[in-house]
Design a protein around this ligand. Structure first.
Ligand code: FAD
Ligand code: SIN
Length: 536
């Protein structure tokens, strides 16, 4: 069932609509345009809002001396805990270096050593330094800047800001042929309108706002994933929400986006301490503090639970010129009264990344004709049960280019949307906070059948709080609700612990579960599930 919204008051057209202006949307738009097609890029806030500009650590690619795509592949597969799709990982690591070179050709500038060579750092799960970074810890801002400059220089790409995509338009066969959207604009394009197009690319990023504390910005409400579900597409691996181990701990009462302390800080020598001043990662993994992210997050969480403490400590006092190497992190620590050159940084895990999303093939195609998904909204299978650090920006670059090639080769004629006869569904914006708290409580770093069922019961109660007033907050809250249900349902199905899905009642990884939980949502709002074996 689609979202309740007013009838479109205006119509526009493009060959391809791209929803979202992060690394995935911008890369796709530039490549679609290079194939000679017209592109309309819509984005719900300002053009640089989204996770991309917040990315700190960098972009992983086998570009350094002695590195190879095979080594990058191995680290990706290990982090993915048996659930990566080998073909998707191969595409990511083999096409990654060229995608990064293309980004550099488009104007992105990465940090270099004194001799002018690109500097590579390390993050969790990587066995070598393979992460390019910019501005020390402002990689995403540089990627965003370079891609936006390239977009500005192309008159064939129209951009509409403050334009929230609501639902897909579909023809009588279900093929996607445009989107409805709400624009806070002026003149002829204000309020609810529609764009007719021959293909739609969803690149709306993550869904961190499903949880009460997240590294994600406020726009990360998973709108595109919910839109795709309502259009009949499948989602996979959504139970694998990655919790970043080292998010600056401030005060549990403060919800929403929290400052990240990049894994690259540990890559440059920082280490974790418990409240007794003891290092606790060394005995847990051969990579110690640089173990894959799920392992470090779980261990921090265990320490917090065992000693009933709200955070652990990160000791970065040994890093030379911290303020120069990590200027963004330094500024946010100082703003919160901590000088990381002299003081320990209090850190705790927070929701960070959706390793799953809309199930797509190697060309970003969903099971619904005309609908493509790219970036964090997609499940290509490259991340499995736990994404390897700094593989996300790379995924946007690599799969954005592939989607554009597929669209250029297979673009159908424009078809005619059929009007949806259902009334549409909408929840009150007031459900957002209780939903986030319930998800953090029952479907967070650790889950159990009991906690998940309690959360599902809360969600069911919240679903009775409907609204008849279509507006941005209500559309976002309704999308968060759909995604929360999908996450909890997926987490209940998976009766094992694997990657970033940790069930206290099923603490072991079960080889029987080397499969994907694939979910779908039908027109009447009913969910169905199927399982897909994974051989990686
Ligand atoms: P985003 O960059 O989130 O862009 C989504 C876009 O969609 C935004 O423009 C948003 O406004 C728009 N949008 C959303 N809903 C709608 C709607 N309904 N209608 C219209 N537009 C909509 N990854 C790495 O690889 N390396 C890192 O160092 C790294 N560090 C990170 C640090 C932080 C703090 C965070 C939050 C993430 C980090 N990640 C990192 C993850 C990575 O940044 C994201 O996964 C990636 O940028 C996602 O790109 P995207 O294009 O898919 O989505
Ligand atoms: C970080 O810098 O720690 C985040 C990197 C990522 O999410 O890939």
């Amino acid at each position: 069932m689609k979202l309740l919204a007013g009838k479109p008051g205006w119509t526009t057209k493009a060959d391809v609509v791209v929803i979202g202006s992060g690394v995935a949307g911008l890369t796709t738009a530039l490549n679609v345009r290079a194939a000679g097609l017209s592109v309309l890029l819509v984005t719900k806030a300002k053009v640089d809002e989204g996770s991309t500009k917040w990315a700190q650590g960098g972009i992983a690619a086998a570009l350094g001396p002695g590195d190879t795509p095979d080594q990058h592949q191995l680290d990706t597969l290990v982090a993915g805990a048996g659930l990566c799709d080998l073909a998707a990982v191969k595409v990511l690591v083999t096409e990654g270096p060229e995608a990064v070179r293309k980004l550099i050709a488009r104007g992105a500038v990465f940090d270099t050593s004194e001799s002018g060579e690109i500097s590579f750092t390390r993050e969790g799960g990587h066995h070598r330094n393979r992460i390019l970074h910019a501005g020390g810890d402002a990689t995403g801002a540089e990627v965003s800047r370079a891609l936006l400059e390239a977009i500005k220089g192309d008159s064939g790409i129209e951009v509409i800001e403050q334009a929230l995509a609501i639902d897909a338009l579909q023809d009588a066969q279900g093929q996607v042929c445009g989107v409805t959207l709400h624009v806070i604009g002026e003149g002829s394009r204000d309020g609810v309108g529609q764009v007719l197009s021959r293909a739609v690319v969803v690149a709306t990023g993550g869904l961190g706002q499903v949880y009460s504390q997240t590294t994600n910005p406020s726009v990360s409400t998973g709108d595109g994933v919910a839109l795709a579900l309502r259009a009949g597409a499948e989602v996979a691996d959504v139970e694998f929400i990655q919790f970043h181990p080292t998010v600056l701990w401030r005060d549990t009462a403060q919800g929403g986006q929290q400052p990240l302390i990049s894994e690259a800080v540990r890559g440059e020598g920082a280490f974790l301490l418990n409240h007794k001043g003891e290092r606790f990662m060394q005995k847990k993994h051969e990579l110690a503090d640089l173990a894959p992210r799920d392992i470090v997050a779980k261990e921090i969480f265990s320490q917090m639970r065992q000693w009933n403490i709200p955070h652990v400590w990160l000791d970065a006092t040994g890093i030379k010129d911290f303020d120069l190497r990590f200027p963004t992190i330094f500024a946010s620590c100082i703003a919160n009264g901590i000088d990381p050159r002299k003081q320990l940084i209090p850190v705790a895990p927070a929701s960070h990344y959706a390793s799953g999303g809309v199930l797509v093939d190697l060309n970003g195609r969903t099971s619904v004709k005309g609908l493509y998904v790219c970036g964090e909204s997609a499940c290509t299978g490259a991340h499995g049960a736990n994404r390897l650090a700094s593989n996300s920006l790379l995924e946007g670059l690599v799969f954005g280019a592939r989607i554009a090639s597929d669209i250029a080769a297979n673009l159908p004629e424009q078809s005619t949307p059929v009007e949806d006869q259902n009334e549409g569904f909408l929840l009150s914006p007031a459900i957002k906070l209780p939903l986030q708290l319930s998800m953090s409580e029952g479907a967070g770093v650790m889950r159990s059948e009991e906690s998940l069922k309690e959360t599902l019961a809360t969600l069911t109660q919240l679903s009775t709080r409907t609204s008849s007033e279509p507006r941005i907050e209500a559309w976002e809250a309704s999308n968060l609700y759909i995604l929360a249900v999908a996450i909890v349902r997926g987490a209940l199905e998976r009766t094992e612990s694997r990657g970033s899905h940790w069930r206290t009642d099923y603490p072991l990884t079960d080889p029987h579960w080397q499969k994907r939980v694939v979910q779908k949502y039908d027109l009447s709002g009913k969910w169905s599930v199927r399982f897909v074996e994974v051989t990686s």
